[in-house]
Design a binder for this molecule. Structure first.
Ligand SMILES: *Cc1c(COP(=O)(O)O)cnc(C)c1O
Length: 360
């Protein structure tokens, strides 16, 4: 078996130890005579798997009591709609911060249910920076303030939690959840699709403050109703049992790494060395404001765009895959989530230096 370094933005690398454990347990889980995939979601065995994943997530993120943790389907995109359906609570206005492509998608979905006020936008700056908090306009009558903590495509990440101006703060953390310690108490709702930094595709985590749920928009489908899902342990219908189990294995792996403070130190080291390699070279460049560069998704370019195809092909032969930039921005992008070993970043930096030597 040859595992390559996979820089895909998502679905993305999983820790090798997790895949090996899943392989070992694939056909028979813990002497039950069956695979996790074949278990009833109501069985004692499966419920223990599900509950353990939740309690590990609560531990890792130090989630205070007074928050529900939901395991849902429909991806972060499903939540773009579920959030206004659940959190409007009789109001008609919502506030959104626009820092890139994922913010824009959240905004366009929210417009189907509410009057969206743009509190701030970096569109005029080509999404290369984050507007200073002092310039944001937050409507005190709005139901909540939404932002995207890490723009997966643009490579722009908030380094601090913004002041929500008294509104419940709602955050799309799909591409940086669990990459660093987090003060969950600052948020009304946090959501994330698993397939970037938490597990496989097919499961979405929602962490929501108790007092915000229970007053859904008329017509809200039951599966998107946080109150109903919370009352049913996220098993209002059959949940994605296998992704939930794999997510649990990733959380256990993360605990074994020393938790979020320890993984943050690794993430800081990995991203700092890659940015430094880019910045020190006249051949490569990253245009993002240094103060808000992402630790997870690092876009970069070369001046001679004719060389892009050669770069991708040679990288692939060197065991470095999926470095193409998003189709909307071109260039390259290295996604280096928790599961990307530091040796993968080192191999990329060495490859880039060699490519520059040959073609620069
Ligand atoms: C990938 C991504 C999404 C979309 O996730 P789906 O699970 O495909 O709906 C939303 N927001 C961010 C920040 C993402 O990176």
């Amino acid at each position: 078996m040859t595992r390559i370094y996979n820089f895909s933005a998502g679905p993305s690398m999983l820790p090798a130890a997790v895949l090996e454990q899943a392989r070992d347990e694939l056909c028979e889980w813990h002497g039950t005579g069956m695979s996790v995939m074949e278990m009833s979601h109501r069985s004692k065995d499966y419920v223990s798997i599900a509950e353990r994943a939740e309690s590990n997530l609560r531990d890792l993120l130090a989630i205070p009591s007074g928050y529900k943790v939901l395991f849902l389907q429909g991806g972060a995109t499903g939540q773009f709609a579920a959030i206004p359906m659940n959190l409007l609570r009789g109001k008609s206005t919502t506030c959104y911060v626009n820092t890139g492509i994922w913010s824009k998608k959240a905004i366009s979905e929210a417009k189907r249910f509410s009057t969206v006020k743009l509190s701030a936008s970096a569109e005029a700056e080509n999404f290369l920076t984050i507007p200073a908090r002092s310039s944001w306009e937050v409507d005190p009558e709005a139901a909540y303030l939404h932002y995207t903590t890490n723009e997966t495509i643009g490579g722009v990440e908030f380094q601090e939690i913004p002041d929500a101006g008294g509104l419940p703060l709602v955050a799309d953390m799909s591409s940086n959840i669990l990459s660093r310690p987090l003060d969950v108490s600052r948020f009304g709702l946090i959501y994330a699709g698993a397939q970037k930094n938490m597990g496989p595709a097919g499961i979405t985590v929602v962490i929501v403050r108790d007092d915000l749920i229970g007053e859904t928009l008329p017509g809200t489908p039951s599966i998107f109703d946080y109150r109903q899902q919370a009352d049913n342990g996220s098993m209002l219908n059959t949940p994605p049992t296998y992704p939930w189990y794999l997510l649990g294995l990733v959380l256990e792996w993360l605990k074994g790494q020393g938790g979020l403070a320890a993984i943050e130190a690794v993430n800081l080291r990995k991203s700092a060395k890659l940015y430094s390699a880019i910045d020190q070279s006249p051949f490569y460049s990253n245009p993002v404001d240094v103060a808000c560069r992402s630790r997870m998704n690092i876009p970069f370019k070369i001046t001679d765009t004719d060389l892009e195809k050669t770069f991708i092909a040679e990288a692939k032969s060197a065991g470095l895959a999926n470095l193409e930039g998003h189709r909307s921005v071109g260039g390259f992008r290295a996604s280096i989530y928790n599961a990307m070993p530091e040796s993968g970043v080192d191999a990329l930096i060495a490859f880039m230096a060699e490519f520059e030597r040959k073609h620069g």
